[in-house]
Unconditional design. Structure first.
Ligand code: NAP
Length: 395
């Protein structure tokens, strides 16, 4: 069988340089050939640990493939990884979250190391088996995880997912699988952006400070924004959130002290409004919408005067002129998988959810992997009014 050379036009993506994948030419072998790269290249395959309870599992599974033509194709005969490396956990998917990165990577041809590939970055399910040395998870545990695109076995739109142990967390007692499946992207991105990159505290201060600092969250009604609003408000920060008229009540209820609606206003008017509400106290900012709004956030920062830490989470042009007072942080969610110490963020997120401090966004649940392609189209069209799309998979 021959090999297809596919040219990827990365310049069309308008991604900041750092976010542009280095590969511009992909070699694709047009056959459904499972490559199951171990989490670390040096790990050797181990004996079959999938049946550590004595109960056998099938050798094939249902998976949603991204084909060499970058179309979606459901297959019922995709191989289940034959063995687990030390430290790995095999999870049976019960629900998976749908995210913009899933359709964007297919449409714009990035984060697809080979084809066919399996996308999907977050899921919740039941532990089916564990590799040598795994102590924190056992067969039958209800867990959720957040995954990294480089391992096809970790793509969440398949029935059985393999991930490293430190990325696996118990499903909070008050959540079902569908609700837990959206912790891995929206929840964890909000958590790590605030705590790791922007430096907000993970716990409320013992004594409430007199002059409260403010954080600007542009896109307060986005799924990620809803988590961020609640977490920032919980530690005593004044949240100034930007959203539409239709989601303003939701964003207020989540704990935003100030809600700035953008509907019918010019950028200049919005900047003035935020500046007035912030009263010079804005010290952190997040953008969850895109390059245009990231630009407006930079205008706000230029007006503030003092240093503002800024996380543009939904792309910012590399050509932007950055005000001297802006400290721009490149949030890399892959660090959750690559840096094992990051599990502390998932643990704290779980505490906040289980204690009821952080509520899960309203869910819109679709059924079966066959519904994912349509779901991703809906997500792209963007009319979910603050709801989170997840796919439920029955066993
Ligand atoms: N870097 C990362 O690791 C990372 C992780 C997670 C998400 N992201 C990115 O962050 C973005 C948000 O993701 P998400 O899944 O949380 O989004 P989402 O829930 O799909 O957000 C959709 C919402 O955005 C709001 N919106 C649209 N235009 C807006 C504007 N001009 N100003 C304010 N709000 C606006 C709309 O609500 P209204 O009715 O309020 O307008 C809409 O309901 C995406 O671009 C995603 O790729 C990046």
């Amino acid at each position: 069988m021959g090999t297809i050379i596919l040219e990827a036009h990365l310049s069309d993506l308008h991604l900041p340089k750092k976010q542009q994948p280095q590969i511009t030419t992909l070699e694709i072998t047009p056959q459904l050939q499972p490559t199951n790269p171990p989490t670390t290249p040096e790990t050797k395959p181990q004996p079959d640990t999938r049946r550590d309870s004595g109960v056998g599992i099938a050798q094939t599974q249902t998976a949603l493939l991204i084909t060499p033509a970058r179309t979606y194709q459901l297959t019922t005969s995709f191989p289940v990884p034959a063995a687990l490396a030390p430290g790995e956990v095999l999870i049976r998917t019960r629900a998976a979250g749908l995210n913009h990165i899933d359709w964007k990577s297919v449409e714009h041809n990035f984060c697809l190391p080979a084809l066919p590939w399996i996308v999907g970055r977050e899921m919740a399910g039941v532990v089916e088996g564990v590799g040598a040395g795994v102590e924190g998870a056992k067969r039958g545990d209800r867990v959720w995880t957040s995954t990294y695109y480089k391992d096809r076995r970790a793509g969440c739109f398949q029935e059985l997912v393999v991930v490293p142990e430190h990325t696996v967390s118990p499903v909070p007692r008050n959540l079902d699988f569908a609700a837990a499946s959206c912790l891995g992207v929206g929840g964890l991105t909000a958590a790590m952006t605030l705590w790791r990159w922007l430096g907000l505290p993970m716990h409320p201060p013992a004594v409430e400070g007199e002059s409260r600092q403010a954080i600007l969250i542009w896109g307060g009604s986005t799924v990620t924004g809803q988590f961020a609003v609640q977490m920032a408000a919980h530690v005593g920060w004044d949240v100034i959130a930007v959203c539409s008229d239709r989601t303003a009540d939701l964003v207020r209820q989540l704990g935003s002290r100030h809600v700035v609606t953008y509907s019918g206003k010019s950028d200049r008017e919005i900047v003035d409004e935020i500046h007035f509400l912030g009263q010079g106290r804005i010290a952190k900012a997040i953008d969850l919408v895109g390059p245009k709004t990231a630009r407006v956030v930079l205008d706000v920062i230029a007006r503030v005067g003092g240093v503002v830490d800024f996380a543009p989470l939904a792309f910012m042009s590399s050509r932007e002129v950055i005000p001297a007072s802006a400290r721009v942080h490149n949030v890399e969610m892959k660090q959750f998988v690559l840096d094992t110490t990051s599990e502390v963020y998932a643990r704290r997120l779980n505490e906040l959810v289980e204690s009821g401090v952080v509520a899960i966004p309203k869910l819109r649940v679709i059924q079966g992997l066959e519904s994912v392609e349509g779901g991703l189209k809906q997500l792209k069209e963007g009319d979910l009014v603050g709801e989170k799309l997840v796919v439920s998979i029955s066993v």
